[in-house]
Write a protein that binds this ligand. Structure first.
Ligand code: IVH
Length: 697
């Protein structure tokens, strides 16, 4: 049975009020999340409010307005893109590539304006695609691509799905008609995630973030655009009528920000050619750390009246210039395709390249990810390829220039035997990764296992670097981690580049590593998918290595955070005789003698502990993995919940705590940072409540 359609004229005022409230809240959270990058509520709360509004609008369709936050999920597909004529042409920018070019630009401006020194707005030149947004009476009515500068394509339905684009401007002092221009782009993390998703679905991924942004926006089906993590930064204006923007570019940008549009956080005012050059250097140095791609920086005369006086030449404004950075992609030749063996035996194809400088860094190797990738891209020795280097990601081969392929090249095939130890290479059905089956018999895997064992977050053996490990393995002085503890000073001192002093220091570090923690020891074993956090969880849960080694799959998967795959890896690791043997040697008091403090059995400890039965909430960005802190608290019998209420005993805060810390303060609940928590856990003798009070400041 369907409920009778509600009468639109006599819509319950309470319903109307609720819809308006939800809409305002959702707009607020949207702005915090996408524009200010500072969300106030968890995603789940946002989703709950959105669902409630969707349900209201379904029941009372007259409530549904064009600017409702529910209208962002993507309209039905279009047949074709309509053309959109720009009210004011969308221009391009003149380029500067050298310091001299920039000085010429500044000199020209000073001469034309007949002034001593000029202020410029300096900002990153984002590498995405230019978009024009038209707002009328504060409502987004049209979005269009640049096209040929005069006529572009209308992409309103697609742009409406971008969270950073307000459907309605905030405040009320905006011009009656306001055309805003900016760049739509994909942040690097979003691009990497999209690439993974496309690969998993058997699609050919986009080659770079720019193509990905353009391809995502130019989708006839806006629901596809909605699933792509696009964002937008606004940097300028087109047609403006019925209102003003202020006297300067930087004031105008500040107005845009007030109206809820996203403006670059790296936009700033500089003075003269010197200021431009300094900004250029600063951004160039940061380029690899930015989470978005830039292809340069832009300088614009700040004074808007001066901009008008200077005007335009053919396609570019005279009052602005782009300083271009070297490209992220270069062309080079593949000398060979080789296969590397990792710690877990994963076999990764690598392209050995003729060295080429990509955006200031020499690249001689590029990853090809896995054999499927090599075959999909059909990369062969002798090929000319495009290599790409972005941020601190490992350089990769984007594709082959087929026209430049020499005759007699051979397709690359996965080797049947491990290139290091000649054991069989195994590829599990449905897995992209091929592995060497040699385990610790394989020198490559032994090297990697040893590097991991000695690393800082594992047993932290200072002075046992990669080069030394390679020598120890190659000369068969060390086969397993246990052998490290039998090394003699003379043996080490005899190795190339090692002397008496370094050998002595190394042995001292090996000695120190005998005293460790259970969590570090578990992590150091290098079990697949058992990272630092998981190791801490396992250590806190089992308390003793023996219990972990004997744990059945059901026991393992019952632990918070342990899935069936990890459980299988753990079981599989301890099921192997040689792994048990190495562990026995490592922990033998008459052998390597590794040891760690023995915690009392968790259940007993929990009952005795003064924190047993107390409730904690963790919030903000914490220095240590959340799971590790949680595991420690669980181990003493405390509970960890997600919401602050009158039942909460302590709130542990990290950086940028949100509303939870505020709520705790309101309720008078003790708020501790991580150091104070450590004190509390280490010294349970003092009544915890008192301790919290006394450590609060
Ligand atoms: S100003 C009239 N500012 O670069 C001013 N453009 O080569 C024209 N771009 O089509 C553009 N970041 O897509 C400007 N901060 C920025 C920019 C920027 C990226 C792009 C834009 C434009 C192209 C010009």
């Amino acid at each position: 049975m369907t409920a009778p359609a509600p009468d639109p004229v006599r819509l319950d005022p309470a319903v109307q009020a609720r819809a308006a409230e939800l809409r305002a809240q959702l707009e607020f959270h949207n702005h915090r999340y996408y524009v200010l990058d500072d969300p106030e509520v968890p995603d789940a709360e946002y989703d709950r409010q959105l669902r409630e509004l969707q349900q209201l609008e379904e029941r009372y369709p007259t409530l549904r307005t064009a600017d409702s936050p529910t209208q962002r999920v993507g309209a039905p597909p279009l047949q074709h893109f309509a053309t959109a004529e720009h009210l004011v042409p969308m221009l391009s920018l003149g380029n500067a590539r050298t310091e001299a070019d920039l000085r010429d630009f500044d000199q020209r401006i000073r001469r034309e304006l007949d002034i001593e020194s000029v202020h410029y707005v300096a900002e990153p030149k984002l590498d995405g695609l230019a978009i024009s947004l038209v707002y009328e009476n504060g409502l987004l009515i049209r979005a269009a691509t640049r096209g040929d500068g005069r006529i572009g394509e209308e992409v309103t339905a697609q742009v409406r799905t971008i969270g950073a684009v307000p459907l309605r401007l905030r405040g009320s002092d905006w011009p009656q008609r306001l055309e805003v221009r900016g760049e739509v782009y994909l942040p690097l993390a979003g691009f990497e995630a999209l690439k993974q998703r496309m690969l998993e679905q058997g699609q050919t991924p986009f080659k770079n973030p720019r193509n990905a942004a353009a391809g995502s926006l130019r989708q006839l089906d806006p629901r596809i655009t909605a699933r792509r993590p696009l964002t937008m930064v606004c940097y300028g204006f087109g047609a403006v009528a019925g209102g003003a923007l202020g006297a300067t570019q930087h004031e105008a940008l500040a107005r845009l920000r007030d109206w809820g549009l996203r403006v670059s956080a790296d936009s700033t005012l500089v003075t003269g050619a010197e200021g431009c050059l300094q900004y250029q250097e600063r951004m160039a140095a940061r380029r690899d750390q930015l989470d978005y791609e830039i292809d340069g920086v832009v300088f614009k005369v700040d004074d808007l009246a001066a901009q008008r006086r200077l005007g335009f030449r053919a396609r570019d404004p005279i009052w602005a210039i782009a300083f271009k950075y070297p490209p992220r992609e270069e062309q080079t030749r593949v000398r060979a395709v080789e296969f590397q063996v990792g710690r877990t035996g994963a076999i990764t194809p690598v392209a050995r390249l003729e060295p080429v400088t990509v955006a200031g860094v020499t690249v001689a190797n590029a990853t090809l990810h896995n054999i499927d990738e090599v075959q999909r891209k059909d990369v062969r020795a002798g090929d000319t390829v495009i290599v790409r280097r972005a941020g601190d990601v490992i350089p990769e081969v984007v594709g082959v220039i087929q026209a430049l392929r020499p005759p007699d090249t051979e397709p690359v095939r996965l080797p049947a035997q491990c290139p290091v130890c000649a054991s069989d290479v195994i590829r599990t059905e449905g897995e992209a990764v091929a592995r060497c089956s040699g385990g610790l018999f394989c020198a490559a895997q032994r090297k990697e296992a040893l590097k991991h064992f000695a690393s800082r977050r594992a047993l932290d053996i200072d002075g046992l670097g990669d080069k030394l490990i390679e020598q120890l393995i190659e000369q068969e002085l060390v086969k397993t981690p246990a052998d490290l503890y039998a090394l003699r000073a003379e043996t080490i001192a005899a190795l190339p580049r090692m002397g008496e002093k370094s050998s002595h220091n190394l042995l001292a570090a090996v000695e120190r590593s005998r005293t460790t923690t259970l969590a570090r020891f578990i992590y150091a074993l290098g079990i697949r998918e058992v990272g630092e956090t998981m190791a801490a969880v396992l250590a806190a849960h089992f308390g003793a290595l023996e219990s972990l080694m004997q744990a059945e799959t059901e026991i393992l998967i019952a632990i918070d955070g342990v899935g069936p795959t990890v459980a299988e890896h753990i079981r599989g690791f301890f099921a192997q005789d040689h792994n048990r043997e190495v562990i026995a040697q490592l922990t033998d008091p008459n052998g390597a003698g590794l040891h760690w403090p023995d915690p009392p059995p968790p259940s007993e400890a929990a009952q005795q502990h003064p924190l047993s039965g107390t409730t904690f909430v963790l919030t903000g960005t914490l220095a240590r993995p959340r799971d590790a802190i949680k595991a420690e608290l669980l181990a003493v019998g405390a509970k960890v919940t997600s919401a602050v209420s009158s039942n909460t005993d302590y709130v542990i805060v990290g950086d940028n705590p949100g509303s939870k810390a505020a709520k705790a303060a309101q309720l008078g609940i003790p708020i501790l940072d991580e150091t104070q928590l450590r004190v509390l856990l280490a010294d349970p003798g003092t009544p915890p409540a008192m301790q919290a009070q006394s450590t609060q400041r």
